[in-house]
Design a protein around this ligand. Sequence first.
Ligand code: KG4
Length: 340
Amino acid sequence: MSVIILGIESSCDDTSAAVIKDGLLLSNVVASQAVHESYGGVVPELASRAHQQNIVPVVHEALKRAGVSKEELSAVAFTRGPGLMGSLLVGVSFAKGFARSLNIPLIDVNHLNAHVLAHFIKEKNEVIKQPAFPFLCLLVSGGNSQIILVKAYNEMEILGQTIDDAAGEAIDKCSKVMGLGYPGGPIVDRLARQGNPKAFSFSKPHIPGLDYSFSGLKTSFLYSLRDWIKEDPDFIEHHRTDLAASLEATIVDILMDKLRKAAKQYHIKEVAIAGGVSANNGLRNAFREHAEKYGWEVYIPKFSYTTDNAAMIAITGYLKYLDKDFCSIELPAYSRVTLS
Ligand code: KG4
């Protein structure tokens, strides 16, 4: 009998539902919330309200596109955390009610594990190269910057992580200082393509081991800009593309330095990236260059699986379903958690 999993994601500002049948993705619907743009960041209360409005139509659309009726579902997988509590509660409550009404199992998914396992999403008629265990995954998003040793789909170890800001957070904050829109990542990425990455230099952290730090870079960016603006009030306007390219290059260098160190230390050449910042073209190029230079086998996700999506929740749910790894309806959401 087929295994059909409905995945539900609502950890931040994307309401998403996806259907996976026997390991193949049938649908992945994402409703992003434009309401936050004018605030320069996600407003938690607005996010949970928008999830409440979106969740039913998004799930309905995912089932419709998959050509699957709710009675055919084998289980419902949902993001338990980490994330914004008000946002999580909408998805968690919906998943619990839906699974209970259909009398099918519930599967809790750690959002961070799911980002890593996005590399196992397979679409119909698609031949994909999947990483072989053990592999390293650089998970970079608005909330995380981690180097993860992935020993099995359900066995992950954090080798290093940021001690302050995440890479995406640093890009977003620097972009805000430049008066660009939100989220800054895609804007900086676009501007950087036309700029000189060596035009300006910003301070890089000296943190031992495999941990990251981005708060110093953020301060260095802010103070440098202040000085330059004193000389030329239109400095940002005159140098926007070079600033974006130099900022991006510094962040990519910081990320890749530690990743190289980890690959060497653990003798691993299977290396993946995941999370929102993995959409960045500079980072993707650096991965390809490292593959060439160091003989790495690199795994770069499709753009649609870099930012938050339910396809990654559904594939994680599918793998857990095969192990009959279900959860109780009593299980609460959690806002802060590391890998499980
Ligand atoms: O994984 P994600 O969608 O959400 C979480 O943080 O969980 O990541 C969002 C982050 C934001 O900081 C956004 O600016 C960044 O990913 N981002 C990018 C790009 N696209 C999204 N950063 C750099 N280049 C991009 N193309």
